[in-house]
Design a protein around this ligand. Structure first.
Ligand code: ADP
Ligand code: TYD
Length: 206
């Protein structure tokens, strides 16, 4: 049984998800709420170790199958150590990416592996967020933002703009397939304007 609210942000690299997750966390904390701001891959010490294996190195470092197993292993640890305990005490959990990223990214890279993604999710993860904000951005603009950061974590960004276009289509399909949980938000506006949409949608749900 969980009692807290589980909110996720999704979108292509550089769309502004992390910025929006931070703004929402700060907004809710100002009202005195117990908020856990977290991210994937990562969000627990073990999952952060797995993150390094995933985001650094050559784009062809892992096969599609191995990549799905690593993302799911990281997610399981994140769920056990961070998400479930926080929800159980009634906190609001805000995660910068969750299972939808695996569906969309690994599905866009190797469409035939989508069934493996879904079966692994059902077997070892099994929960969905209460609400998901998909930040929509033109891949060219998002890529320019993302690469400008020079974080050393560019393994996926280096897959290029064609891949980012497929991801954007994948996120649109995700919203179409999950119209109650997922909300598509135009990310090509000032951060504060994007954040107003997020707060308005959450307010309408409360
Ligand atoms: P993501 O988590 O989706 O990769 P970030 O939130 O880290 O994206 O943002 C990527 C870059 O773009 C950062 O340098 C951030 O400051 C900037 N950024 C975020 N949101 C906006 C926005 N709405 N307009 C312009 N720049 C933004
Ligand atoms: P992230 O740190 O969110 O990158 P960014 O801030 O650039 O959006 O995620 C790292 C990369 O991992 C990102 O390119 C998306 C990818 N990813 C997957 O391919 N599958 C997944 O399940 C997750 C969680 C992330």
């Amino acid at each position: 049984m969980t009692s807290g609210r589980f909110i996720t942000f999704e979108g292509i690299d550089g769309s502004g998800k992390s910025t929006q997750a931070r703004l929402l966390a700060a907004d809710l904390e100002r009202t005195g709420a117990d908020v856990v701001l977290t991210r994937e891959p990562g969000g627990s010490p073990g999952a952060e170790e797995i993150r390094r294996l995933l985001v650094e190195g050559a784009p062809d470092r892992w096969s599609g199958e191995t990549e799905i197993l690593l993302f799911t292993a990281a997610r399981r640890d994140h769920l056990e150590k961070t998400i479930r305990p926080a929800l159980a005490r009634g906190a609001t959990v805000i995660s910068d990416r969750f299972a939808d990223s695996t569906r969309v990214y690994q599905g866009a890279a190797r469409g035939e592996l989508r069934d493996v993604v879904d079966r692994l999710h059902d077997a070892v993860i099994g929960i969905e967020p209460d609400v998901t904000f998909v930040i929509d951005m033109d891949p060219g603009k998002a890529l320019a933002r993302g690469l400008a950061r020079q974080s050393g974590e560019d393994r996926f960004e280096e897959l290029g703009q064609g891949f980012q276009e497929r991801l954007r289509d994948g996120f649109h399909a995700l919203v179409t397939d999950n119209p109650t949980r997922c909300h598509l938000i135009d990310g090509d506006r000032a951060p504060e304007t994007v954040a107003e949409d997020v707060v308005r949608i959450l307010g309408a749900m409360a």
